[in-house]
Design a protein around this ligand. Structure first.
Ligand SMILES: [Zn+2]
Length: 274
């Protein structure tokens, strides 16, 4: 259970911060796997003394390993890496000599086979994490956490950020985002990887999605007709998060797009042009 919590925490930290802290998390995961390997060796050594206790321990280690697989897969998705190259469920097809299996004598056959498979699985996870670690040092992954581009593909700006005449009252008002033309149901894309922190109705905004990208960045997508993500969900850059619409204070289908940095509204135009 502790591992599961640690794994979730690792992902949260990863998504919410630049690659430095990610690498620290991967280091921690590596240390965790090393500790589990040592534990497995101890289980193996004590096996003949207490076979039933070992079976329980083995089950726990298998569960830990499965959670590490799940975390690894999510890191691959969050880092926009090719999932085909990172199969945490299977031993790598290439590279490294195959280890000879030396079953412990007088152990029940399936237990010793399970232990060998688990030992190989830990080896595999260490290898995969090593590759993941080197890939995550790439600037691209960090860059995917900074807002860039339009939430609507080939979108055009129908109303800029800043002072304008309010379309409802006809008076001067401050427009806190960009309005981007869209047809009803048009896919709305996350402009950077992050974690969904709000998905629901907000006064004036209608059906709205808010995404925390870490490093103080937050983006908001308003007036949707349908939301496709939920709070806590991890999204990657470009992922479709909603269908555009005209809910809330809106005169017709469009996306009202806001960028926040360190708790302050900023003009999204610089990020749209990135
Ligand atoms: Zn607007």
């Amino acid at each position: 259970m502790a591992v599961c919590v640690a794994a979730s925490a690792a992902l949260a930290v990863w998504v919410a911060s630049p690659s430095g802290r990610t690498l620290a998390r991967i280091d921690a995961m590596n240390r965790q796997i090393a500790a589990q390997k040592a534990e497995l060796q101890q289980v193996r050594d004590n096996a003949q003394r207490d076979i039933s206790r070992m079976a329980i321990k083995l089950g726990e280690l298998q569960a830990d390993s499965a959670r590490l697989d799940a975390l690894g897969q999510r890191l691959v998705v969050a880092g926009k890496l090719d999932p085909a190259e990172f199969n945490f469920d299977q031993a790598p097809g290439l590279g490294g000599p195959e280890k000879a299996v030396a079953p412990v004598r007088s152990l029940p056959y399936d237990l010793s086979v399970s232990m060998e498979q688990l030992a190989q699985r830990f080896d595999n996870q260490q290898t995969q994490l090593g590759v993941l670690q080197s890939l995550l040092t790439d600037r691209q992954v960090t860059a995917s956490l900074i807002p860039s581009g339009m939430p609507i593909k080939d979108g055009y700006i129908t109303s800029p950020f800043g002072e304008r005449i309010d379309p409802f009252t006809g008076r001067d008002s401050f427009h806190p985002g960009l309005d981007i033309g869209a047809y009803r149901g048009e896919p709305v894309h996350a402009v950077a990887a992050g974690v969904v922190t709000y998905a629901g109705v907000r006064d004036g905004y209608g059906e709205v999605v808010e995404i925390d990208h870490g490093d103080g960045y937050m983006t908001r997508y308003a007036h949707n007709s349908k939301l496709l993500v939920h709070v806590g969900e991890h999204v990657h850059s470009g992922e479709v998060i909603s269908d555009a619409g005209s809910t809330g204070r809106s005169t017709g289908p469009h996306v009202h797009f806001e960028v926040w940095h360190d708790g302050k509204l900023v003009n999204p135009i610089a990020y749209v042009r990135r």
